[in-house]
Design a binder for this molecule. Structure first.
Ligand code: BG6
Length: 369
């Protein structure tokens, strides 16, 4: 069933172009317009939403963090992302105007399910974004938007993550259109970019050898750091999580802007640091800021592994290793930049001789609180 791959994780990394494509499938009509008829929630309810709370655990929570940037930008609705187990127990402010979006691959995560129950008791509407048909989370939600990643076997999540981002983006675009924040032609333009992503993800996968070699080469590392900014920040967190989960080495993700407020003290000679660089074509000069972060850590002896957009020549001189991903709008970058981090973790853990599909102490779905 591994289809010739050495592990399910490896296979599922390669399934990602299909996971994104299938999650988009059937949700656009022949004119490229978005149709989410499956969301059986009254449109007037969705129009009156005044806050969105995304709840999830683990990788799904990082997908939620990515989605937040897009949803707030497109819909202008205040959006929070919270770990389900923290949300439930802090007496959160939830009303009938709160839309809760629960993200879960398995649909059986008890922490997330308890948070859903709590939110619904307060009158909130819950939309589940889930990969498993008929599982508990969609059953207990008001509506569901399924990700079509196919069954995910490896404990460490890969293709579900990309599919969750894709589905959450569809939901964000749908709400933006419904509420009049976006004209339908703007939505069609973004959907068009989204539809180009499977091919671009495939391009990243086609270059996996470079990253696999890096993973093998660095298998003695005792700690790896990840830096990212804007949507690159949750990508950094996800990159670190993959390494913790399957390679059992200390790994941490930071917001690049936070570097000078603390984490830079960790940098010493030989410390590997992944940096996800925003597009140089983006607004807000975030590219220049992250490039200057790379200079700062390089000056202190870090080994920099830079993930940048094709054509970004400026950053090259500060990179010990550079991994190029195809050009895409900023909000789409997580669908590309995450892939090398997955490949790296998988190769590094493999080089250490670990079973990447069944990491110690972890279960695919945690059905206890
Ligand atoms: C953890 C899994 O226990 O649960 C992670 O090991 C996963 O891989 C997290 O991201 C959340 O799971 P789910 O099924 O709710 O997305």
């Amino acid at each position: 069933e591994k289809g010739g791959f050495s592990s399910f994780m490896d296979k599922e990394i390669h399934d990602q172009p299909a996971a994104v494509r299938d999650t988009l499938l059937g949700r656009l009509d022949e004119k490229g317009r978005l149709t989410l008829d499956e969301l059986h929630i009254d449109e007037s309810v969705l129009r009156s939403v005044d806050k969105i709370v995304v709840i999830a655990c683990g990788t799904a929570a990082y997908a939620g963090h990515v989605a937040r940037y897009a949803i707030e930008h497109w819909c202008r609705i205040p959006t929070e992302v919270e770990l389900a187990h923290e949300f439930r127990y802090r007496d959160p402010i939830v009303t009938e105007k709160t839309l809760v979006v629960a993200l879960s691959q398995s649909g059986e995560t008890m922490d997330t399910l308890m948070a859903i129950r709590h939110a619904r008791e307060q009158g909130a509407k819950v939309i589940a974004i889930c990969n498993t048909n008929g599982s508990s989370i969609p059953r207990e939600s008001d509506a569901s938007l399924y990700t079509h990643a196919g069954p995910e076997i490896a404990v460490a999540s890969t293709k579900a993550f990309l599919a969750q981002i894709t589905a959450a983006y569809l939901l964000g675009l749908y709400l933006a259109q419904l509420r009049g924040n976006m004209y339908s032609d703007e939505v069609i333009e973004i959907l068009d970019e989204l539809q180009k992503m499977p091919e671009k993800v495939q391009e990243v996968i086609d270059n996996e050898k470079q990253v696999q070699d890096l993973g093998t080469q660095m298998s003695d590392a005792s700690s790896v750091l990840f830096l990212g900014r804007h949507v690159g920040f949750p990508v950094a967190l996800e990159g670190a999580l993959k390494l913790k989960e399957i390679a059992y080495i200390h790994a941490e993700g930071f917001a690049a802007g936070e570097l000078k407020h603390g984490p830079i003290a960790l940098i010493e000679e030989g410390q590997p640091v992944f940096v996800i660089v925003p597009s140089p074509r983006g607004r807000d000069s975030l590219h220049a800021k992250v490039v200057s972060n790379i200079q700062e850590i390089r000056a202190r002896g870090a080994i920099t592994i830079v993930i940048a957009e094709e054509g970004d020549e400026d950053v090259k001189q500060y990179a010990n290793h550079i991994i190029y991903v195809p050009q895409a709008p900023s909000l789409m970058q997580p669908l590309l930049a995450t892939v090398p981090l997955q490949v790296f973790a998988c190769a590094l853990a493999g080089a250490k001789g670990y079973d990447v599909d069944q990491p110690r102490n972890l279960a695919k779905s945690v059905t206890v609180e």
